[in-house]
Design a protein. Structure first.
Length: 92
């Protein structure tokens, strides 16, 4: 008799829990966090260290080390239109 009572209690418990979980979203609405608006501005920058700066097979740094850097601010008007300006410098 104890086995039957435990089985009935277990079955009722499991059916009640799954029944409550079915409408959980209606009882406790969860809102997604609001995303911050993305800025249309973007910045690209970088640098390089080279052992010998070659341009089209000709050394530009007299076979000595060279450095280069660039900076590029960009403005996105929409997904397919972008404005940018770039500045770069190399030690040759």
């Amino acid at each position: 008799m104890k086995k039957l009572a435990c089985a009935v209690a277990l079955a009722l418990g499991c059916s009640t829990v799954s029944g409550l979980a079915a409408d959980l979203d209606k009882k406790m609405p969860v809102k997604a966090p609001a995303m911050a608006p993305m800025s249309p501005w973007d910045i690209a920058f970088g640098a390089a260290l080279m052992s010998d700066y070659n341009f089209r097979g000709i050394t530009q740094s007299n076979h000595k080390p060279s450095v280069a850097a660039y900076f590029e601010p960009r403005y996105n008007f929409n997904d397919s239109l972008q404005w940018y300006a770039g500045v770069s410098g190399e030690s040759i």
